[in-house]
Design a protein around this ligand. Structure first.
Ligand SMILES: [Zn+2]
Length: 505
């Protein structure tokens, strides 16, 4: 449909009347062949159908070209655009001009043609009505009485135009569906050419990003009309953004988190410990400490204080909370099982590292493999370490199921699954964080990787992580039933401003 779209971009919607005259003139000149139905169907505005028509009826290409010229449908600009595409169907429409790459003027006309159809539903309907007009003239059009009534005064009657536009567009889609049922290959030629069209566009003009056009913005009214540029070999403008500085109102977060972690450790170490069930204390304090260490590291890099780069922190905090609360509901042997599951995994990783050929092993590699063997806590003489390859330490029970049993399903659904989506690169997350639309309409509205980096430094997000970590440390202490006086003393600095927090590392 490129040709009618170009003509309407150049000459306005009125040009549709000249197209109808052209269809009628061509039908009359080809009437001698007798195949009225076939000829009418092939004059629907598609270049591929014009090529089919010329192939079926020798000499018809000259008639098609001459009549189109006579009705002013082949200006020099339009012929230059058509001639700029390689492998275009019905290349004789472009006239004698040899295939030449488009200049800026041609690219602008193609852009106007595409935008005209995308932005103007009436123009879209006019082009989609070509087949209807052609078959009405040939006497082969069939439809219900109401549609025929609507089309009789189309497009002249502004009162019914909108309804008729809708009927035309819907009918066009239905007709296309019908053709595909009859012959699934009907549009193969057209689709092949469409691939060439978009492929050629990608070579002749380059992508346009919003950041490049911001200077031209006037109230966002010209959002769709961006300067097309002929593709050159210029390098792309990569943004070298400086790292996000620590926001003033978030400067205390890292120090505060270190103080909370220190107080947590202090409370555990000053309270009487239940060393007869050490796995319990080791696992709970270990998980809380791990969460605090991760958070402290992230709090020194404000680039990570955003959903795109900080999702793993939110996910880890929620996961730790679910682990702690779920394990607290189980038999205390669960803590030992948690450790054994991990030791089995270390053995598995050690075995996998043994797969590397001996000559490829570096000193560092050998050291790491030895450490994994140590962490598997296997017996030196009898290999009795079981490797549990199920998904989790809880017999493969999912985190979701643990959250459900621990009454944290809402937290799981609202916080964990969303953060997981970011971590696992689910497409919605990649689309919103890493991609932006190319504003060059010649490129078919595709998405391109964004050059601009996420500006982190979201203090309220980072504060919410710190709050969660604080709650986590208190949860850990309460599950451990750590002596209340020891806890109160370790966290006294929070209650009384005069108290110094413990020495942070
Ligand atoms: Zn693009």
């Amino acid at each position: 449909m490129l040709w009618p779209a170009l003509v309407m971009a150049e000459q306005g919607n009125e040009s549709v009347h000249r197209f109808i005259s052209w269809q009628q003139a061509v039908q009359e000149q080809l009437a001698q062949h007798g195949e009225t139905t076939v000829i009418a169907e092939l004059l629907d505005g598609r270049l591929t159908h014009l090529a089919d028509l010329a192939g079926k009826f020798p000499g018809s290409s000259a008639i098609l070209f001459e009549e189109a010229s006579r009705y002013g449908l082949l200006s020099a600009s339009i012929r230059r655009v058509l001639g700029s595409y390689p492998f275009i169907p019905a290349p004789w429409l472009a006239g004698e001009s040899p295939h030449t790459p488009p200049e800026l003027a041609e690219l602008q006309l193609i852009q106007e043609a595409l935008l005209g159809v995308l932005q103007d539903g009436h123009r879209e309907a006019l082009i989609k009505c070509f087949r209807t007009w052609s078959t009405v003239h040939a006497g082969t059009f069939r439809s219900d009485a109401r549609t025929i009534q609507l089309l009789k005064s189309y497009p002249g009657d502004t009162g019914t135009r909108s309804a008729a536009d809708t009927a035309v567009r819907a009918g066009w889609g239905a007709h296309k569906g019908m053709l595909l049922v009859k012959d699934p290959k009907h549009f193969d030629h057209a689709i092949k050419w469409a691939r060439v069209f978009w492929g050629a566009n990608s070579m002749t003009s380059r992508c346009i990003r919003k950041s490049e056009t911001e200077d031209d913005y006037v109230d966002g009214t010209d959002q769709e009309e961006h300067e097309i540029e002929v593709r050159t070999s210029d390098s792309l403008p990569v943004e070298h953004a400086a790292p996000t500085p620590v926001p003033e109102d978030g400067a205390h977060l890292r120090r505060f988190t270190m103080d909370v972690l220190s107080s947590f450790i202090e409370a555990i170490e000053t309270a009487p410990a239940r060393l007869y069930e050490k796995a319990r204390q080791e696992v709970i304090s270990g998980l809380v400490a791990r969460a605090g260490r991760d958070l402290i590291a992230v709090l020194s890099a404000p680039d990570l204080w955003c959903m795109e780069h900080g999702a793993h922190i939110a996910r880890m905090l929620v996961e730790t909370k679910i682990y702690l609360r779920w394990m607290a509901l189980q038999d205390p042997s669960i803590y030992r099982e948690f450790q054994e599951y991990g030791a089995g995994k270390a053995k598995l990783y050690a075995r996998i590292s043994d797969e590397l050929p001996v000559k490829a092993r570096t000193d560092g590699f050998r050291e790491a493999a030895e450490e994994l063997k140590r962490l598997s806590h296997n017996n030196d003489v009898v290999d009795d370490r079981v490797v549990d390859t199920r998904d989790t330490f809880a017999g493969g029970k999912s985190i979701r199921a643990m959250a459900d049993e621990a009454g944290l399903l809402d937290l799981y659904r609202q916080a964990y699954s969303l953060a997981s989506g970011v971590t696992h690169s689910e497409w919605w997350s990649v689309e919103t964080h890493a991609m932006e639309p190319c504003l060059n309409v010649l490129h078919g509205l595709h998405l391109v990787p964004s050059f601009s980096l996420s500006f982190g430094g979201n203090v309220s997000l980072a504060s919410s992580w710190v709050d969660q970590f604080y709650m986590l440390s208190r949860t850990g202490l309460s599950i451990l039933e750590t002596d209340e006086d020891a806890v109160a003393s370790a966290f006294a600095w929070l209650e009384e401003p005069d108290q110094e927090p413990p020495e942070s590392a």
